[in-house]
Design a protein around this ligand. Structure first.
Ligand code: UDP
Length: 327
C-alpha cells in the first residue's frame, strides 16, 4: 500500500480520488487551501485512520516540501479551476497553476516519486477538429482574452512534466480532464450542470449562454478518478498524455432540456449572451469531444456512464443537500 499525497484533495475531483484511494487501502494526505474545496467534501473520510488533511497553499514552498517528503505517489490536482474563476482572476490562475507545479516536479525527481498531473481539455483551445486526440495542436486565442490563461498555464505544466520525464525519467502521467461532473460539484465557478440543476430545482428558467448549440461531453467523477488511479499505477502510461472523460456528446440546449424534463417539466430556457454572462471579449469553445482511443488501449476501459444516469445522480445529490446549500 502506498503513501499518497493529493494536492487539491478537498476539491470536487480530489475528494472523490481521496475516497477511492482510502477504499483501496492506501494512506492519503490531502494538501488544500480550502479556497474552492471544502472540509465538507471530505466529511466521509475525516475520521479515517489513514487520512490526514493539511490546510495550506501549494504556493508555500516549505509546506509543499514537507508534505511531499512523506509520500510515494503524488496526485497533483490543486489548481485555479473553472472558466468563470479563471476569467475573473487571471493572476491567481498563473501563480497557482505554474510555479508550484514546477517546484513539485523538481522535488519529485529528487524523491523518485510517481506523479499524476491534472490537466484539462482547455489546452486544445478552439481547435476546430470534431474529436481531439492527444497529439492534436493547441489553438489558443489572444492573450488579451483572459480565458486562455487557464489552458496556457496547464499547457506549460504539461511541457514541464514531459521535460522532467525525458530528462530525469520522472514517472509522471498527464490527464486532460473533459467536463467532469457528479456529486459535490458546485455552480459558483461557472460549471453548467450544477447551475442548471439548481435553477431547475428552484423553479427558475435555465440560463443557457449564447444559442446553446455549443457541445460538451460529461464524464462521471467516479469513473474519472478510477482512470486517474489506474493510469498512475500503470508504468506504460508514464511520460504520456491522456484524454480522460466521456465521449457522449450533447448540446448545452439539449442538456438544459434533459434537466428540465427530469426536474421540472415545462420550465423555460432563457438565452443569455456571453457578454452578459462572462463580460466583454469572452470566447467560448464551440465543440469539445475527446478521442479516448489511447485511454482505452492503455486501460481497457473508459468512462461509460450515460449522461441521463449522471444527471440522475447529480439531481439526487442536490436534493439531499440542506435547503440554502444549493449553489
Ligand atoms: N454554460 C451555460 N450556462 C451556465 C454555465 C455554462 O450555458 O450557467 C455553458 C458555457 O457557456 C459552456 C458550457 O455551458 O459552453 C459548459 O460550461 P462550463 O463552464 O461547465 O465548462 P467549460 O466547458 O466551459 O469549461
Amino acid at each position: 500500500m502506498a503513501r499518497c499525497l493529493v494536492t487539491g484533495g478537498a476539491g470536487f475531483i480530489g475528494s472523490h480520488l481521496t475516497e477511492r484511494l482510502l477504499d483501496l487501502g492506501h494512506e492519503v494526505t490531502v494538501l488544500d487551501d480550502l479556497s474552492t474545496g471544502s472540509r465538507e467534501n471530505l466529511a466521509a473520510v475525516a475520521n479515517h485512520p489513514a487520512f490526514r488533511l493539511r490546510v495550506g497553499s501549494i504556493t508555500d514552498p516549505l509546506l509543499l516540501t514537507e508534505v511531499m517528503a512523506g509520500s510515494e505517489v503524488i496526485y497533483h490536482l490543486a489548481a485555479a479551476v473553472g472558466v468563470k474563476l479563471v476569467a475573473d482572476d487571471p493572476v491567481r490562475t498563473i501563480e497557482t497553476n505554474i510555479y508550484p507545479t514546477e517546484l513539485l516536479l523538481r522535488q519529485a525527481v529528487q524523491g523518485r516519486q510517481r506523479v499524476f498531473l491534472a490537466s484539462t481539455s482547455e489546452v486544445y483551445g478552439k481547435n476546430p477538429k470534431e474529436r481531439w486526440t492527444e497529439e492534436d495542436d493547441l489553438h489558443f486565442g489572444a492573450t488579451t482574452r483572459a480565458r486562455w490563461a487557464y489552458g496556457c498555464s496547464k499547457a506549460i505544466d504539461e511541457f514541464l512534466a514531459l521535460a522532467y520525464h525525458r530528462k530525469f525519467q520522472l514517472p509522471v502521467v498527464i490527464g486532460r480532464f473533459f467536463n467532469v461532473v457528479g456529486p459535490r460539484q458546485v455552480g459558483h465557478y461557472g460549471m453548467v450542470i450544477p447551475r442548471f440543476v439548481d435553477q431547475a430545482l428552484a423553479g427558475r428558467p435555465l440560463e443557457v449562454y449564447d444559442d446553446g448549440g455549443q457541445t460538451r461531453c460529461f464524464g462521471h467523477v467516479q469513473e474519472v478518478v478510477e482512470c486517474v488511479f489506474r493510469l498512475t499505477e500503470s508504468s506504460a502510461a508514464h511520460g504520456e498524455v491522456f484524454n480522460i472523460g466521456s465521449d457522449e456528446l450533447v448540446t448545452i440546449r439539449g442538456l438544459a432540456e434533459q434537466i428540465i424534463a427530469k426536474v421540472h417539466p415545462g420550465l423555460a430556457i432563457r438565452y443569455i449572451p456571453y457578454r452578459e454572462a462572462y463580460g466583454e471579449g469572452f470566447e467560448d469553445v464551440r465543440q469539445r469531444v475527446p478521442d479516448l482511443t489511447r485511454l482505452r488501449t492503455t486501460l481497457g476501459m473508459q468512462p461509460s456512464r450515460s449522461l441521463s444516469d449522471i444527471l440522475d445522480d447529480v439531481i439526487a445529490w442536490k436534493r439531499s443537500q440542506p435547503a440554502g446549500d444549493q449553489t
